[in-house]
Design a protein around this ligand. Structure first.
Ligand code: ZN
Length: 202
């Protein structure tokens, strides 16, 4: 039987396994999608990225109508609203990167701090905590994306990375987490040095 967006679903499955291998998601976390015209291939709800296969991805239209495959991810509105706001975007990746989230929790704004990161984004926009899967979260992320932001941090939750091509959205998300890891380690070592000198002086 012929499968809709077969090539796209194969690539999505491959990239989903890569994101899990990179530690950007655990268990059933995260979702990713690709847009082709009026059709969107998106991860099914409850699918583990680590062992994702093409059949784990659903096809929906731009209105959210389910056309093929499993029930789409509960974040499908977020993907559709980004595509609606940004015709230049062809792929959206949502992950739960630990260093990015922790850095922000320390009160530090993630920014591209490595050469690799600078290739993929100029800034990270932040969206305050909003319940996952809601229309409210979808519109907040789409608003940030429509201001030209391809890297959107969901405070206390995760990261949404958008790009024209799936590989760039995936590599951008990985580069963002590595950049946040570098910033996080730098912040911790500054803090340890301060503590050390404070103790040495007293
Ligand atoms: Zn999430």
């Amino acid at each position: 039987m012929e499968m809709m967006l077969e090539e796209e679903r194969e690539e999505l499955a491959r990239e989903a396994r890569y994101l899990a291998a990179q530690g950007l998601v655990a268990g059933r976390e995260g979702n990713l999608s690709v847009r082709r015209g009026d059709l969107v291939a998106i991860k099914g709800t409850g699918v583990r990225m680590l062992d994702a296969s093409p059949g784990d991805f659903s096809v929906i239209d731009m209105l959210g109508k389910h056309l093929e495959g499993p029930r789409p991810s509960s974040e499908y509105r977020m993907h559709l609203m980004i595509y609606g706001a940004r015709p230049d975007i062809g792929a959206v990746v949502h992950v739960h990167p630990a260093f990015t989230i922790s850095l922000r929790a320390l009160g530090i704004a993630p920014e591209p701090s490595t050469e690799e990161a600078k290739l993929y984004y100029g800034r990270v926009c932040a969206v305050p905590p909003i319940d996952p899967g809601t229309e409210e979260l979808a519109s907040a992320v789409a608003r940030a994306a429509s201001s030209g932001c391809n890297a959107v941090l969901l405070e206390g939750h995760g990261l949404v990375f958008s790009a024209a091509e799936l590989k760039d959205a995936v590599d951008g998300a990985v580069a963002e987490e590595r950049s946040s890891q570098v910033q996080f380690m730098g912040a911790i070592s500054d803090l340890l040095q301060k503590i050390y000198f404070t103790c040495a002086r007293s």
